[in-house]
Design a protein around this ligand. Sequence first.
Ligand SMILES: Nc1ncnc2c1ncn2[C@@H]1O[C@H](COP(=O)(O)OP(=O)(O)OP(=O)(O)O)[C@@H](O)[C@H]1O
Length: 278
Amino acid sequence: MNGEEDGEIIIEVRGLRNAFGEQVVHEDLDLEVKRGEILGVVGGSGTGKSVLMRSIIGLQTPEAGDITVFGEPVIGREDRELQNIRKRWGILFQGAALFSTLTVAENVQVPLREFYPRLGEALLDEIAAFKIVMSGLPPDAGPKYPAELSGGMKKRAGIARALALDPDLLFLDEPTAGLDPIGAAAFDELIVELRDRLGLTVLLITHDLDTLYAICDRVAVLAERKVIAVGTIPELLALDHEWIQEYFRGPRGRAAEEATEADAEAEARAAQHGGAEG
Ligand SMILES: Nc1ncnc2c1ncn2[C@@H]1O[C@H](COP(=O)(O)OP(=O)(O)OP(=O)(O)O)[C@@H](O)[C@H]1O
């Protein structure tokens, strides 16, 4: 019933239907996200991954279905009623969506000013500086404008803003898109670190197979207007579904799988020699 009481289900989507005119994007879609997990959402282009995320965060009103977050229904609620839930999630939109006329620190302060209008300037500066460092940016990134940042730094600034209100839940829309492989791997590590340190639940949309293999506890596959399967990658690989097989067993999927296996072996070797670190 209440997702928080049983400590399990943080997001629950039931019977979701979304359509734009004649085009039905979702029909009878179900999804559950459990506390503390990193759940990846995959699917071909245009299968409705972003529309699903927008429905959950209340930016898209579905034609039918129920969505609860932290056990509270979110569909059809007034903005004011959603305040307490919105406070508890942070969002990294595609491309980071920073305000270009504000510095990084000012961007991080936007949600703080919205939800806590009485916070003093000194405290706002302090909180922003803390979130900036927590997101892996150098402290001197605070006074910079988005145009002065690399793509990877912009995403980190977006994460800093998403963390501004100390959320319990993070939504990430294609967090590693546009990053080089080294930058993407570092970003994956940041997501895991934040989840572990802050006890976050993470819902992430991605096309990045490396991210799926490296950090997702479970993966939900969107196809045929619904979530056709959800599970660990080995569980998905055991399914006889053409798109899933092609996606995970194609050349890119295999390369990502091999890289993860190589990492696991290296970690095991390091642990055996007593060289494993934190
Ligand atoms: N506001 C809108 N008005 C009309 N159609 C829309 C709207 N938003 C999304 N759509 C349509 O809904 C479908 C799903 O879009 P969505 O952006 O969720 O796909 P996606 O799975 O995130 O795709 P991609 O992987 O390419 O980002 C697309 O066909 C899109 O054109």
